[in-house]
Write a protein that binds this ligand. Structure first.
Ligand SMILES: *Cc1c(COP(=O)(O)O)cnc(C)c1O
Length: 397
């Protein structure tokens, strides 16, 4: 079957199907560290690469390969390399592409650990790391043409304010300067946004979030051309930040419901965003699905893989009364979980300034709009009416 011509929802369920001789309908989990060979000759042929096939689960495992095939299909990528976590995908990217004396340019609004990894680990090896505001394209042009980075690294939409970068524009800028564009596509997933089609070269995923969707595992991946993924695979093979077969299996099961989850969670987020801004005590709501969000039109255009735009399940809102009010709201909630995770079918809430973004300097917090009263929620699949009632409990406390 040529899955390429089927819809994303079909690919998410059918690509990478594995069947053993027992004909199991669900994909089997190959929990084995190594694979046996029929003969010494076969072992030699496998190691030399002359014969394809499994050798050792650090770099060849059928369940992990099924996960890679499925995610590559969804992203429209030639290849995918699975990793132990989203962060090990970013690390693999850096180890594969960077050497002493190189430069990278990174959006200021990336995941906190990505910023720490770049500043404290990658920089230690003699790579210069430059930071630019996601939406300040003139500054991207200036810095990129000046430092000629190996890659530009962005996350769009940004967390937590849902700012949107024009991926095509950044890809063009990267290519004019012999650089690559790397996009962390964790918040959108390929259901909402396909960065390779917009010109990006490499996609980073934390499979921990929407890809798996039920908060059960840690996992990550890189997607891109066969050539670029070959260099990522070489790092995973030799350095070992590999995805476990069990986690690959859980993520495979998660992907089967990805399309319908993203649609439903995004629709619920829009309903909540519209409702929240009518509530007493709410100063402002940040969600690109709101028609008056400054990047609404760009988000609608860029995040419309299968017709209707999907603005995502993450939104932020600012309450009057600063941290005291934000904390008392959170502490009244009985449905929302207070946790930093997102992309789960369980709705979650977090206070960025004291958790995910606490490491930012006061001026970076100000610049990023992270105020004391700001709360971020990731909308799950509970009934919206129940979520509203829960939030009202917090708002009226
Ligand atoms: C969670 C997250 C990561 C890191 O992924 P882990 O699986 O937790 O290592 C990277 N980028 C974004 C946008 C994330 O939300």
């Amino acid at each position: 079957m040529d899955w390429e011509n089927t819809a994303l929802a079909t690919q998410a369920i059918r690509v990478g199907q594995l069947r053993t001789e027992f004909g199991s309908h669900a994909e089997p989990i190959f929990t084995t560290s190594s694979f046996v060979f029929d003969s010494a000759e076969q072992a030699a042929a496998r190691f030399s690469g002359e014969q394809p096939g499994c050798i050792y689960s650090r770099f060849t495992n059928p369940t992990v390969a099924a996960f890679e095939q499925r995610l590559a299909a969804l992203e429209g990528a030639e290849h995918c390399v699975a990793t132990a976590s989203g962060m090990s995908a970013v690390l693999t990217l850096c180890l594969a592409l960077l050497k002493q004396g190189d430069a990278v340019v990174c959006s200021r609004s990336v995941f906190g650990s990505t910023a720490t990894l770049m500043n404290q680990i990658v920089a230690k090896f003699g790579v210069s790391v430059h930071w630019v505001d996601l939406i300040d394209f003139a500054r991207w042009q200036e810095v990129v043409s000046e430092v000629k980075p190996v890659f530009l690294f962005v996350e769009s939409p940004s967390n937590p304010l849902s700012e949107i970068a024009d991926i095509q524009q950044l890809a063009d800028l990267a290519h004019q300067n012999d650089s690559l564009l790397v996009v962390d596509n964790c918040f959108c997933t390929p259901v909402a946004q396909r960065p390779l089609q917009l010109g990006a070269d490499i996609i980073i995923h934390s499979a921990t979030k929407f890809i798996e969707g039920q908060g059960r595992i840690i996992g990550g991946a890189l997607c891109g051309s066969a050539q670029l993924m070959e260099s990522m695979f070489a790092i995973v093979r030799s350095a070992g930040p590999s995805m476990s077969p069990f986690n690959a299996w859980v993520a495979l099961k998660g992907m089967e419901t990805l399309a319908i989850r993203m649609q439903a969670q995004s629709a619920a987020a829009l309903t909540l965003a519209l409702w929240l801004r009518e509530q007493v005590g709410v100063k402002r709501v940040y969600y690109s699905g709101l028609p008056d969000h400054p990047y609404h039109a760009l988000a609608a255009r860029q995040q419309s893989v299968s017709g209707a735009p999907i603005f995502g399940a993450v939104l932020a809102f600012e309450v009057e009364g600063g941290q005291a009010k934000a904390w008392s709201l959170m502490n009244q909630l009985e449905i929302f979980s207070i946790t930093a995770n997102l992309g789960d079918v369980k709705s979650t809430i977090t206070h960025p300034i004291t958790t995910t973004h606490h490491k930012l300097s006061p001026e970076d917090k100000l610049r990023a709009g992270i105020t004391e009263g700001l709360l971020r929620i990731s909308v799950g699949l509970e009934a919206v009416a129940d979520l509203q009632e829960d939030l009202l409990r917090g708002l009226s406390a």
